[in-house]
Design a protein around this ligand. Structure first.
Ligand SMILES: *Cc1c(COP(=O)(O)O)cnc(C)c1O
Length: 227
């Protein structure tokens, strides 16, 4: 177990690295938001990070998030909770009720389901479209070739609020071509949001224009559970 002190140091360190990377890239110090990925960590590990002023958190499972975030959010009205893991359509209603941003819109059926549930709940959440930049068969996301059509369908057919694009580069590859590709697809579709970069590569992602990085272990420490 790491102490609150360790978490505070790690969080501060990540914030400094973000500001420095932005400065080196000639971007504003606050051009990139930090999404603190709290998956697998219990509420009492998350509380100290909320206490540091961290507002944006990411979880990758609806059910796990439902176990801890309703209470955490009740005490902190300005928290913004992002879904960063795959969403099954039978969980869409619950996801729309709990989360504030959906980062993993990855198929037409989910776009349709999100549109329906957001309408019903009268909660129009910003969504990021997940792009499978490496075209990996086992990974979720829209193929880069189909991205433009899908962005258009999400906007025109489903009237979704598309905030930007998200990617998870292949594990054993240089990430920069994937970050560059995501930025390219976003630019040609008039999208400004770029969710890219994790603990291992967020400074690089900022260099390539990330507007939000998803950082877990560099803040919370190593995860003992696999996800
Ligand atoms: C777990 C996870 C992260 C954070 O990973 P770290 O390497 O711990 O920073 C970021 N994005 C997604 C989609 C994740 O599932």
């Amino acid at each position: 177990m790491s102490s609150d002190n360790d978490v505070e140091m790690r969080h501060r360190n990540v914030c400094e690295i973000i500001a420095n990377a932005a400065q080196e890239a000639g971007r504003a110090a606050n051009a990139t938001a930090l999404c603190a990925v709290s998956k697998t960590f219990p509420a009492d590990a998350i509380e100290p990070v909320i206490a540091l002023g961290q507002k944006i958190f990411g979880e990758n499972r609806v059910q796990e998030a439902e176990g801890k975030w309703p209470d955490l959010k009740a005490g902190h009205a300005d928290i913004e909770l992002h879904l960063i893991g795959p969403l099954q359509t039978n969980k869409t209603r619950n996801a729309v009720a709990l989360f504030d941003v959906i980062q993993t819109l990855d198929r037409p059926k989910l776009a349709q389901s999100l549109a329906k549930e957001m309408e019903k709940a009268d909660r129009r959440l910003p969504c990021y479209i997940q792009i499978n930049t490496g075209e990996e068969p086992q990974k979720a996301g829209i193929s880069p070739r189909e991205a433009d059509d899908f962005v258009k369908a999400c906007r025109d057919d489903y009237q979704l609020d598309i905030a930007g694009l998200m990617c998870i580069p292949p594990q054993n590859e240089e990430a920069s071509p994937h970050f560059a590709l995501l930025a390219d697809i976003a630019a040609r579709n008039g999208l400004t949001g770029l969710s890219m970069g994790m603990s291992a590569d967020y400074p690089l992602a900022i260099e390539f224009g990330a507007t939000i990085v998803r950082v877990g272990s560099a803040i919370f420490g190593p995860r003992t559970q696999t996800v």
